[in-house]
Design a protein around this ligand. Structure first.
Ligand SMILES: *Cc1c(COP(=O)(O)O)cnc(C)c1O
Length: 337
């Protein structure tokens, strides 16, 4: 099976399994797990924030951020196709009592004018804007790597209006790699950031939420509230520390995505958006089939991908697919179509 469904499907390598076995552990709810503490301080240093907290998932980390930054009844500004809007079960409404004001942006990041126009001032009839939420890379728009200047420009308008900014940076290391900038430069203009360790970096479990000391202290309480206080979590933080050393290999994933995109684009009926990172979106309308039918044909060839719309298929490259796998997949897809 060549599995392009997601970069979450990677399995831990031998080093990670050894790190799990050998991790020094303690009760992390008592702040006594040295491996978790090391992970949190290493990530904070890398991102250039004061502190960070290890969370079971990226979804939980985003939801903690939404809750801690805001008051119930406020609005959140977010791109219509952002993960927090599309794929988190309406958590901002459910868990934090927030109303999302969706923006139709060009590349997933609102312009300063769009932020300005989207802000709502608190008053007798209006709830006030409590948060601007950005995403980088932008998953649903095809793994777009958003320029740090665009992030900074949007954040500046929010900050001028006393609105904090959270970055869903599940794949922010992919963005930094593609743009060839230090990840801290992308994170610098925002107040908090979520980073997934269990995607391209290959950790079995976990995401980080990073920000100021005061914010992360409050996030620790909210993580507990949501049931995310973990005990001997060094067992999973050990492999997560190994994952931090996999940042360089993201460039290989991006090369593989480009090769996959180039090959797919030459196959009849496939229209491919040129990838900027490790996500390839293919419009398959030209095959005369819908997404489900195309995925079925791929699966018959032992190639897996994900439905991303009525005629859109997402392919995601990662550590567990090689350049040779990409070539093999292309041969099989070409033979079928
Ligand atoms: C995967 C993802 C998340 C959520 O992470 P989980 O660990 O799967 O909960 C959030 N945002 C983006 C952009 C993602 O791709």
């Amino acid at each position: 099976m060549i599995d392009f469904r997601s970069d979450t499907v990677t399995t831990p390598d031998d080093r990670m399994r050894e790190a799990a076995r050998d991790a020094e552990v303690g009760d992390d709810v008592y702040r006594e797990d040295p491996t978790v503490a090391e992970l949190e301080s290493r990530v904070a240093a890398r991102l250039g924030t004061e502190a960070a907290i290890y969370c079971p998932t990226g979804t939980m980390a985003n939801q903690i951020a939404g809750r801690v930054h805001t008051e119930r009844g406020q609005e959140v500004l977010a791109d219509r196709k952002s993960h927090v809007v599309k794929y988190e079960l309406g958590g901002f409404a459910d868990l934090a009592g927030l109303q999302v004001r969706m923006l139709d942006t060009d590349r997933g990041v609102p312009t300063p004018e769009q932020v300005e126009a989207g802000l709502v001032e608190e008053g007798l009839h209006r709830p006030g804007t409590g948060l601007l939420c950005l995403e980088n890379t932008h998953n649903a728009r095809g793994g777009l790597a958003i320029d740090p200047e665009k992030i900074a420009a949007a954040a500046e308008v929010a900050h001028e209006n006393d609105v904090p900014v959270h970055l869903d940076g599940a794949r922010v290391f992919n963005a930094a790699t593609a743009l060839d900038v230090p990840v801290a430069e992308i994170v610098d203009p925002v107040d908090t950031v979520m980073v997934s360790l269990s995607k391209g970096l290959g950790a079995p479990v976990g995401s980080m939420l990073a920000g100021s000391e005061a914010f992360i202290d409050e996030a620790r309480r909210t993580r507990k509230l949501l049931g995310g206080g973990m005990r001997q979590a060094g067992i999973i933080a050990g492999p997560a520390l190994c994952a931090l050393e996999n940042v360089e290999s993201l460039a290989t994933d991006h090369e593989n995505a480009r090769a996959l995109a180039d090959g797919l684009d030459e196959i009849d009926g496939f229209d491919v958006q040129p990838p900027e990172t490790n996500i390839v979106l293919a419009d398959v309308a030209g095959t005369g089939l819908d997404t489900a039918a195309v995925l079925e044909r791929l699966e018959e060839q032992d190639v897996l991908a994900t439905a991303f719309g009525p005629t859109t298929v997402r392919f995601c490259t990662h550590r567990d697919v090689s350049a040779a796998d990409v070539e093999a997949a292309l041969e099989r897809i070409e033979a079928t179509f």
